[in-house]
Design a protein around this ligand. Sequence first.
Ligand SMILES: Cc1cc2nc3c(=O)[nH]c(=O)nc-3n(C[C@H](O)[C@H](O)[C@H](O)COP(=O)(O)OP(=O)(O)OC[C@H]3O[C@@H](n4cnc5c(N)ncnc54)[C@H](O)[C@@H]3O)c2cc1C
Length: 504
Amino acid sequence: MTLAAALQDFAAIVGTENVFNSDQDRNAYADHFAQDPETHLPIAAVAPTSRDQVRDIVRVANRHKVALWPISRGKNFGYGGAAPVMKGSVVLDLSRLKAIDFDEANGVVLVEPGVSFFDLHDFLQARKAPYWLSVPGNSWGSVAGNALDRGVGYTPYGDHASRICGLEVVLPDGDLIRTGMGAMDGSPTWNLYRNGFGPGWDTMFCQSNFGVVTRLGLWLMPEPEALAGYDLEFDKPEDLGWAIDTIMPLRRSGLIQQSPSIGNWLRSAAVMTRREEWTSDKGPLSETVVSAIRKRFNIGWWSVQIRFYGPQEVVDASLRALDRAFDGKPLLSKKLARWKQGDGPEGSPMSGVPVSFPLANANWHGGRGGHIGYSPVLPPSGDLALKQFQRTYALYQKYEMDYHASFAMGERSLTNVNQILYNKDDAPMMARVDGMFRDLVADASAQRYGEYRTHIDYMELVASTYDFNDRALLRLNERVKQALDPNGIIAPGKSGIWTKGARS
Ligand SMILES: Cc1cc2nc3c(=O)[nH]c(=O)nc-3n(C[C@H](O)[C@H](O)[C@H](O)COP(=O)(O)OP(=O)(O)OC[C@H]3O[C@@H](n4cnc5c(N)ncnc54)[C@H](O)[C@@H]3O)c2cc1C
C-alpha cells in the first residue's frame, strides 16, 4: 500500500519512534477547536530533526504521492491547529528542529521552525541580550510558524511577516534554496538585507504551499530605554468611530509605531470568567449583563492600549501628543502605564513577553471550547469601522453568539479580528456556526473586504472572494504550484491553492 510504504520509508529516515500513526497520534494532530475535526483528520505524522531529513521526507512523499502538511509547532488555534486542509495528509511536524543562531550585534535571529516564543524569550533572557520579541496573544506557538502565517503581535515589530529577512526552504522536489542575499553562498548579509538581487521570494512562502521553510531570519526589536502609554476606555459602541479617527493620524504619521487593537468588553470577561457566572440565559447577552461585566473589570464598551517605545524624552513627548489628540474628547477613562530599563519585567505582550493565558477564552461557554477566527481587512476610517461593527454585531445577534472582536490599527488599514467562541458540546450552538461564518464572509465580500487569514475549513471560500479578473491571482498561484509541485505533495488546498485536478 502506498501509505504503508511511505511510512516505512519515513521511518528509515527518522526512526520508527518518530512516525506516528495510531488513533491517539491522529487525535493529537487533529484541530481540537474545529467544528468537526474529522473533516481534516491527518492520517499520520512524521517528525524529523534536520533539514536533510526534511529533504529526504519530501522525496519519499513524491515517490509515493503522499501529501505532507508542514507545521512548525502546530498551535494555529482558530485557524486549524496542526491539522491539514486535506483529510488524510501526513503532518510534517518540524517542532524538533530547534536551532537558534543569534547575531547579537545586529539583533537578528535565524531560527528553525521548532523554536517557540518561550524558547526564544528564554534564550535572550539567559544571555541578557538587549532585544525584545514580538509575541502573539497566544504565544504557545512557533516564532517561524506564526510569521509564516502572517501572525501579529503588539510591539512596533508586531507585523511578523514584515520582519522576516531571509528564508531557507526545501522545495517540493527536495531542492534547497535560500532567499535574498542567502542565494550567495556564505553571504554575511543574508539576514540583514531583504531584497537580494532580482525578484524577492520571502513572501511567496507565507500562507503558501510552495515549500517547507527550514530556517527563518527575523529581526528583533532593540530593547527601548522606556515604554509608556495609556489604557483608554470608551463608554459606548458608537465611540469606535471617533476613537479610530483620533488614533489613526498618529499611527499613519509613525508617532504610534505598534498596531493598537481596540476591542470590546468580552476580551477580558472571556479570559477571566465563564459565561455561566453572568447568566443562564441562552440568547444574546442583555445590557444588564454587559454592564455588570464592564463594572467588574472597570472597562469600557471598547478598550485600547497604546504604547510608545524609545528614549525617555521621546516617549514623554509622544504621550503629550496623544494627550493633545484626545483633549476634549469624551473618554470614559485613561490609565497611565510606564516602564523603564532597570525596572522589573513589564510582563505583557506589549514588551514581547510570551503569554498563554488568553487560551482560557475557549472556556467561556464551558464544555469543549473552541473558536474560529474571522478577520477582514478594511480601510482605516472610523465611519467604515463603525459600519463594519454594526453589520457584524447584527449577525452575531441573529445567530445568538457573543460578540468578541477588535480592530487592529495598521499603518494604512484596520484588521477586524473576531474570535467566534463556542462550546462544541452545545449542538444547537454548533449548528449555527457555519451559517454565521459564511454570512460574515459574504458580508465582508459585499464591501469588497477580504480576510487576512482564515481557518482551514474556509480557505476555499475565502480564496474565492479574491475574484479580480476571474480569480487571476489564484490562477497564477496555481500555475506556480503546478510548476513547483506537480504531484501536489506540499499542503494541498492551503490558501485555496491546488494542483491540477486535485480540488475536491
Ligand atoms: C486565544 C488565542 C489568541 C491568539 N492570538 C493571536 C495573536 O495575537 N496573533 C496571532 O498571530 N495569532 C494568534 N492566535 C492564533 C495562533 O494561536 C498563533 O498564531 C500561533 O502562533 C500559530 O501557531 P504556530 O506558531 O505553532 O504555527 P503553526 O501552526 O506551526 O503554523 C501556522 C501555519 O503556517 C504553515 N507553516 C508552519 N510552518 C511552516 C513551515 N516551516 N513551512 C511552511 N509552512 C509552514 C502551516 O500551514 C501552518 O498551518 C491566537 C489563538 C488563540 C487561541
